[in-house]
Design a protein around this ligand. Sequence first.
Ligand code: IFM
Length: 432
Amino acid sequence: MAFPENFLWGAAASATQIEGAWDEDGKCPSIWDVAGKHIENGQDCHTACDHYHRYKEDVALMKELGLKSYRFSVNWCRIMPEKGKGNPKGLVFYRNLVAELRSAGIEPMVTLYHWDLPVWADKEGGWKNQKIVDWYLEYVQAVVEALSDQVHFWMTFNEPQVFIMSAYVLGNFAPFQHAIFSFKNCLRNMLLAHGKAVSLIRKIAKTPPKIGLAMASTNYIPDSEEEAGLRDAAEKSFTSQVGEGSNGMYMDPIALGKASKMLRRKLSAEDLRIISAPIDFIGVNVYQPANPLFKDTKYSAEGKPKSALNWVIDGRCLYWTIRQYYERYHLPILVTENGMANPDEVGPDGKVHDDMRETFLKDFISAMKRAVDEGIPVVGYQHWSILDNFEWCSAYGPRFGLIHVDYQTQKRTIKESARYYARIIATNGEDL
Ligand code: IFM
């Protein structure tokens, strides 16, 4: 079976990671703008790829590659620089970006929260404070009113596991807290914000919306494809209450209206009704299988290629993630992120020969094709990332882009892997 005719081949990025212009046009600082000592090499996200000023050039490059879609995020700090106070100037940038994408024939997909919490909200407790649900909804309303005539795809959140677990428990993402006893409150606030935003978007969007969220999927590859092996891997993928395999803790309330073991006393029946407002798709961000991080499977990472961040490269995890999510939730799947960090450089011939990313694309897209061949509704694939960018605490070392960025000159160079991806797109996945 071929990929569906209107399959959304695309790429993704997020505001903080590429925009720069951190204090322009009325924007307030976010928790990442002030992350200071936590960022490697004393760097910051203040300029990043300067996409705020170069978005036209960047959209032209996307068009050259033949992208059908582009997933980006709106920065909350541009839209609501003070509590209860909107900033129309902040919306202008995104309206212009969306117009540019539309005229290039590229479907815009908007993530409403990719971790750029305003400092004013953090000072009042951030995700620990239940008032954040109303602050978030006010922000969402402003964005949806401004963009929904042109935007149909909405994601309420990117990787709640990271901006809750890593940010408030492990303390290795902004705002770098070890507020372990607040974990359940943060999670409840996020889930309620999600459910209420879904209902709000449905109510006020000017064109019929397609709503989902992007999960940091951590799924297991089964040890065997026998019935028992499949059951065991799916169970592991969804029922853990921490870290890898905790997909269900976030998704079960949203897609099944059920609380996980840990949240049973925290979520009332009314909460679950709100949280489980129907969504249209589930976004999965897939990088590596959960197996190598745990020792309870027969999986061996030995001999497997690894990315510059030492993440195991095994395309099968994309197939299994898609399949396990679909079998559990029966919702269409959008691959919202998938990619690898590589030490890319522009060579003497002016090109970036990132063969490893080419192999990566082949491996992962072939695995996704298996899911499509088996009839699972996969609606699109957004490669992470369109540009090399600010990789959070790791700053500018890891390069995830299809397009190389020289951060001194801001020169963009299309990598050879991107040329390969362009051929995949042009042949709708035939030329792998
Ligand atoms: O860069 C991040 C992105 O912001 C969220 N998903 C994982 C990517 C690579 O680490």
